[in-house]
Design a protein around this ligand. Sequence first.
Ligand SMILES: *Cc1c(COP(=O)(O)O)cnc(C)c1O
Length: 360
Amino acid sequence: MLINHREEIKSLQPYKPGKPIEDVKREYGLDNVIKLASNENPLGCSEKVKEKIKEGLNNLAIYPDGNATKLKEALSKSLNVSVEEILPSSGSDEMIDLIVKAYVNKGDEIIMADITFPRYIQTAEMMGGIPVIVPLKDYTFDLNGMLEKITDKTKIIWICNPNNPTGTMVKEEELVKFFDKVPENVLIIYDEAYREYATKDDYPKDSIKFIKNYPNILVMRTFSKAYGLAGIRVAYSVGNKEIIENINKVRGPFNVNSLALEAAITALEDQDFIKKSYDLNLEGKNYLYEEFDKMGFFYPPSETNHIFVNVERNGQEVFVELQKRGVIIRPMGGTFIRVSIGTMEENKIFIEKLKEVLGK
Ligand SMILES: *Cc1c(COP(=O)(O)O)cnc(C)c1O
């Protein structure tokens, strides 16, 4: 090679996203393909957001507001935090990148679960950080196991609640006990990508109070999942001013595009859409639970819009066979697959095809 790249990227693999619907249609000559692979909202997004985006098309020649002032103000009002405690980003994916760029030095230890969002480990390695992996216990975060791994070198602990891909959650009570024991020089990133789907009373519905009580917690939220805006890339994080200031130094000047800024503000206002999405998800989840129960399949209870289920057959094979039949899911290693909860129609097609593949 002519040009030397950074040592840290040598062993990295590019992110493998789910196959797009169009590719699967072409590959297998199918007319109808459903994608239950990326935890997207099957209802799409709020109609009000679509209208707002159409208006925004008149301003494409103008740079977006690099400070995202209007979005920050809207969030500040609805969350009751100051604008200095908020930082919008182009999806949580960008925020994960920005966090490690701002905080991870070579040799820093980054604590995370074994089965969780893959960007945590990839970005740690990208910066020369050392991933410290704590296996899930009963498919749930082992917070005590994580505490035991804290050393002088620990920089970040990643908590995904509820967790992708297992769908499991940690209760507020346990989380607070854990926060109390983490030293203040360790950054806790609390990723709540699926918070809107959580059903249980002991799920921490109001995580914003954490950032008021603990200066080392950053809460990450996204518009990609329940809000149905994965395609336009917008998310935000909330935390201590000092953390926000540091991350703000390493972001691009116009990191959130103008359509995304407007979409996010309008999406926040349409909570009826979130309620509808929650209801549909719950209905679909109960239907899928029932069908999995009939087949005798194990799944940990999900507080998200996806289910991590043991189909007792090689997951990769099941993935390929389902794909041939026009259903895209995610194989998860071993005999587990992850299926996103779709519309009732999609859920029924998935079950029908799954039974076909498994000979049930
Ligand atoms: C989907 C997802 C994200 C990324 O969301 P974007 O805002 O679309 O980048 C972050 N964390 C978890 C756990 C996710 O599942």
